[in-house]
Write a protein that binds this ligand. Structure first.
Ligand code: HMG
Ligand code: MG
Length: 306
């Protein structure tokens, strides 16, 4: 493998849209996913099979999976919180067997009790027990599983994270069978220094090349934190076209670091990345317009102004 290749997990259609109040038409979501896959992004998080009472915007995920193009070379990922969510995913696979080789699920837990309760109505231990079962069943069906740990820097309810807890929860996700664990700075309060400190502790017991960085850009630190993670050895970053997004259970949190900004930073360094920056920047403007939002990507805006 090329040591300078940094993979991108495009989370815009899921993390980017889940917090939008007005229900977005399925055609818009389908077109977003199609534009992103055609722009050469190799992993796209399409949506979630979560409770529609908790996150109404993701209720139509099965329809998006059915209607979107399956572009060769792209992997499509769906968030699953529990057995019921996995049942929905597996039932989709049983009617669309061609989707099996190009899809995977992502499970999620947290490094603080308060956030885990707010986001999944479970303690961290309960959530890990629930997810271990989900992961075992998914693997038995030949479905790859990615893990997320939220609030790895600070929790909106309980403050400073305990990096030792982040390390241990990450380790449990690997032990249950996740092929990769993404570390979520949900609140976006991290800085290069705190991200370095966190990664040093987490990577002492977990393989750095199997970790991913998931940085929300609430304090404008997303690019700096992502580059810090890459310099520490991380080779997968999560990002969102146009910097869309926010977590419904993290008040005030803005979107993920913009995919355009990450690509620009990495391409301007020694790294190789998937995706066509101009096409992604165009998509950032298109989706921002559809949502009636300002484009949050600084790189997108700068490219258009040229
Ligand atoms: P609960 O209320 O304890 O669940 O929620 P329950 O089992 O008691 O079920 C309650 C109702 O939801 C029932 O319906 C279930 O059928 C239904 P009723 O009988 O009342 O009509 N239900 C479901 N429906 C569809 N699909 C399902 C499902 N499960 C239950 N899978 C639960 C527990 C985990 C379900 C809930 O808390 C939940 O859905 N949470 C998800 C919240 C979420 O999606 N958050 C955002 C994604 S995570 C994130 O953004 C962070 C990340 O980006 C990283 C970072 O930035 O940190 C990944
Ligand atoms: Mg997130």
């Amino acid at each position: 493998a090329n040591p300078n290749f940094v993979d991108i997990v495009e989370v815009g259609p899921r993390d980017g849209l889940q917090n939008e109040k007005a229900i977005i038409p399925p055609e818009t979501k389908v077109e977003l996913v199609n534009r992103l896959s055609r722009a050469g992004l190799t992993t796209i998080e399409v949506g979630s099979f979560v409770s529609p009472k908790w996150v109404p915007q993701m209720a139509g995920t099965a329809e998006i999976l059915t209607k979107m193009d399956k572009v060769p070379g792209t992997t499509y990922q769906v968030l699953v919180p529990n057995d019921k969510g996995l049942d929905s995913f597996l039932s989709h696979l049983s009617t669309h067997p061609d989707f099996q080789p190009v899809s995977e699920i992502a499970i999620f837990t947290a490094a603080s009790e308060a956030f885990c309760k707010a986001n999944t109505n479970a303690s961290v231990a309960e959530s890990l027990a629930r997810l271990a079962k989900v992961t075992r069943r998914a693997l038995d069906h030949g479905v790859r599983v990615r893990g997320y740990v939220s609030v790895v820097i600070t929790c909106p309810y309980s403050g400073q994270a305990d990096y030792g807890v982040v390390r241990d929860v990450t380790k449990e996700l690997f032990e249950m069978g996740c092929y990769e664990v993404s570390l979520g700075d949900t609140t976006g309060t991290g800085t290069p220094t705190s991200v370095s400190e966190m990664l040093e502790i987490v990577s002492a017991s977990n393989p750095i090349h199997k970790l991913a960085g998931h940085f929300h850009d609430t304090f404008g630190m997303g690019v700096a934190n992502a580059m810090t993670a890459v310099n520490a050895g991380i080779r997968t970053l999560d990002s969102s076209v146009g910097g869309l997004g926010g977590c419904p259970y993290s008040p005030g949190a803005t979107g993920n670091v913009a995919t355009e900004d990450i690509l620009y930073a990495l391409q301007g360094s020694k790294y190789e990345v998937p995706g066509d920056l101009d096409a992604i920047a165009e998509t950032g403007f298109w989706i921002s317009e559809q949502l009636g939002r300002d484009n949050a990507s600084r790189v997108g805006k700068a490219l258009r102004a040229r």
